[in-house]
Design a protein around this ligand. Structure first.
Ligand SMILES: Nc1ncnc2c1ncn2[C@@H]1O[C@H](COP(=O)(O)OP(=O)(O)O)[C@@H](O)[C@H]1O
Ligand SMILES: [Mg+2]
Length: 239
């Protein structure tokens, strides 16, 4: 479980995170939603150590992670992976080499084993047989699939994804977010998805947190979100 306690962050004299308490439970898909600018990406960047909290603490499986050294983070990176909104593939590498890259950087495996793992993950995201293609030959949705295969190649326990559906048409967007359910089923991956797109919540969230101006104003089940009487929440979910 990832646990965020009393997280506060001020950037450029503005309170961007105003005391966030959030639990990301194992084997569940948690979706954090909120309007653009409410602090979702800054929150994710705290979990992966890009930002340090001004106040508060972050734990992963009981271990305090916001105070980790660079070395400590390296160990954690295999357990937790993040896909940024614009995380592009390396356009000079083939699909195969893009997906194999984290394996090559982190582990010393024979090429046969690398090939098996790359094939498995490409199959998982519906990109089997596309090994030799270059990123420029793929549609945007296919590029997203390959970047997900790359994110999954080290079998992380946690995958953090910033705005998985932005820039995709609804059918492609659906097929992408369904992959998170598939990862959960096949690999027991715990996903934290951050988005302004409420439709993701109704499709795959086990748990939802709604952010507004740097605070979490609701967290709980999707059913309970639907029962909320707060006018802001009602308006947000009917969009
Ligand atoms: N590196 C930064 N320096 C200063 N302000 C930042 C920085 N990153 C984000 N912000 C500000 O923090 C707020 C929240 O940003 P962000 O987390 O990117 O929002 P969201 O992802 O919910 O759209 C915004 O007002 C943004 O301008
Ligand atoms: Mg963002």
């Amino acid at each position: 479980m990832i646990e965020i306690v009393g997280l506060k962050k001020i950037l450029d004299d503005t309170v961007v995170l105003n005391g966030i308490d959030l639990k990301i439970e194992k084997n569940k898909t948690t979706v954090v939603i909120g309007e653009s600018g409410c602090g979702k990406t800054v929150l994710l960047k705290h979990i992966i150590g890009f930002f340090k909290p001004d106040e508060g603490e972050i734990f992963c499986d009981g271990e305090r992670i916001d105070t980790l050294s660079w070395k400590g983070w390296n160990a954690l990176r295999r357990k937790m992976t993040m896909v940024f909104q614009n995380s592009a593939l390396f356009d000079w590498l083939s699909v195969y080499d893009n997906v194999a890259l984290p394996l090559r950087e982190q582990l010393n495996l024979p090429e046969k084993e690398i090939a098996e793992q790359v094939e498995e993950k490409l199959g998982m995201v519906g990109m089997a047989g596309q090994n030799k293609k270059m990123p420029a030959e793929l549609s945007f949705g296919m590029q997203k699939r390959v970047s997900l295969a790359r994110a999954m190649i080290l079998n992380p326990e946690y995958i953090l994804y910033d705005e998985p559906t932005t820039g995709l048409d609804p059918i492609i967007a659906n097929s992408i977010i369904e992959l998170f359910s598939a990862f959960k089923k096949t690999y027991h991956t715990t996903s934290l998805i951050v988005s302004h797109d409420i439709s993701i919540v109704f499709k795959i969230a086990d748990k939802v947190a709604l952010m507004k101006n740097g605070s979490i104003i609701f967290q709980g089940s999707v059913d309970d979100l639907g029962k909320e009487e707060n006018s802001y929440i009602k308006k947000f979910i009917s969009r």
